[in-house]
Ligand binder design. Structure first.
Ligand code: FUB
Length: 307
C-alpha cells in the first residue's frame, strides 16, 4: 500500500498501511509518533516487519507522514523483526531504540542516532543490549530530572540498564538489572513469570510518580493482552500494581502495546488494534485515546476509542 496523509482524528490514526507498537515523543510544538510497520505480505505466517515509520501532528487531527525513517537495511548485523521502538532527544540528538533479530541469532537492541526527529537514523554498528535471550525486546527510555537515563525492556522479564550520558552505552558496573517479578508489583497473571507483566513496557514520570505501563496477561488467559500499569516513588522500583489500563479487545489480536504522553495540556494513550480492513494479529493499526489521571495519580480503565 502507498503511504498517504490521514486528515481525520478518527481511529486508526493511519489507514494506508498497517502500523503497530506506537511510541509518542513530544518535541517542540509537535507530537511525533514512531511506529512499527506490519507488511501486507507475510513471511512464514509471522510478524513481517522490516522498517520503522514516523508520523507527526501539531493538533491531533492532521498527521504528517514522514515515511520510513529507519530500517533493517540500515543495520548491517540484523536481518528481521523490526519491532517496537522508542525515540528520545538529548542535547539536540535523537536516539531511536529498536529491537531486532541478529543475523543467525536472537533478539538484541539497536540504536539509531539522528540530528532530526524524522531521521535519517544511523545505526551504532553493534547492539546496545545483547543478553542473548528473548528479553531483548521492547525498549522504553526515559531521562530523569537528575539527568540519569533509564532503558527498560523485556519479555517475559522486565529488565533495565542505566544509560550513560552518551545514550549509546550503559553503566557496565551496574549491568543489566532484572526487576523482581512479584504479584504485588505486577499482579497475578498467566505469563511465564506468574505475574501479569508480558512485554511492551512504557516508562515515564508524572507529578513525581514513576509509571510502568505494559502489555499484560490476565490470570488463566494466555492470549489477547490487556494493558496494565504499576507505579513507584523511585525510578527503579519497588513497583506497586495499579490496575488494568485498557481491557483486552473483544475478539482481539493477541498483542497490544502502550505509548503515553502529555501534549498541549492533554494526556494520551496510544495503543494498537486489528481495526483496519484485513486486520489481524499480524496486521495491526495504531490508535489513540485521551484520558485523565485521578487525583491520587491512579488511572481508571481507558476504553478503546473509535475516534
Ligand atoms: O510488534 C512486534 C511485537 O509484538 C512487539 O515487540 C511486542 O510489543 C508486540 O506488540
Amino acid at each position: 500500500m502507498e503511504t498517504t496523509l490521514k486528515r481525520k482524528s478518527t481511529n486508526p490514526i493511519v489507514s494506508s498501511i498497517y502500523t503497530a507498537d506506537p511510541a509518542p515523543m513530544v518535541y517542540g510544538d509537535k507530537l511525533y509518533l514512531y511506529t512499527t510497520h506490519d507488511e501486507d505480505e507475510l513471511v512464514n505466517d509471522f510478524y513481517t516487519m522490516n522498517d520503522w515509520r514516523c508520523f507527526s501532528t501539531t493538533n491531533m487531527v492532521d498527521w504528517e507522514d514522514h515515511g520510513k525513517i529507519f530500517s533493517l537495511d540500515d543495520i548491517e548485523w540484523a536481518d528481521a523483526r523490526a519491532w517496537a521502538p522508542q525515540c528520545i532527544e538529548r542535547n539536540g540528538k535523537f536516539y531511536l531504540y529498536c529491537p531486532v533479530k541478529k543475523k543467525d541469532s536472537g533478539m538484541a537492541i539497536a540504536v539509531g542516532v539522528s540530528d532530526s526527529p524524522v531521521g535519517p537514523f544511523k545505526d551504532l554498528g553493534h547492539p546496545l543490549v545483547d543478553e542473548g535471550d528473548w528479553n531483548d525486546i521492547d525498549p522504553t527510555v526515559f531521562i530523569d530530572d537528575d539527568g540519569q537515563a533509564y532503558l527498560y525492556f523485556g519479555n517475559p522479564e522486565l529488565r533495565y540498564v542505566l544509560l550513560n550520558e552518551d545514550m549509546v552505552s550503559y553503566d557496565e558496573s551496574v549491568g543489566v538489572v532484572k526487576v523482581p517479578m512479584t504479584q504485588e508489583s505486577f499482579s497475578k497473571g498467566s505469563h511465564m513469570t506468574g505475574t501479569s507483566y508480558g512485554e511492551g513496557p512504557w516508562f515515564y514520570k508524572k507529578d513525581g510518580l514513576y509509571y510502568m505501563v505494559y502489555a499484560a496477561f490476565a490470570e488463566g488467559k494466555n492470549r489477547n493482552e490487556h494493558l496494565a500499569y504499576s507505579t513507584s516513588t523511585s525510578p527503579t522500583g519497588p513497583w506497586v500494581y495499579g490496575g488494568v489500563l485498557m481491557a483486552e479487545e473483544e475478539g482481539g489480536i493477541f498483542t497490544n502495546h502502550p505509548g503515553i504522553c502529555d501534549f498541549k495540556g492533554h494526556s494520551y494513550l496510544f495503543y494498537h488494534t486489528g481495526d483496519l480492513p484485513g486486520g489481524s494479529l499480524f496486521h495491526r493499526s495504531v490508535c489513540v485515546a485521551e484520558f485523565s489521571y485521578n487525583e491520587d495519580g491512579s488511572i481508571s480503565t481507558v476504553p478503546m476509542c473509535d475516534g
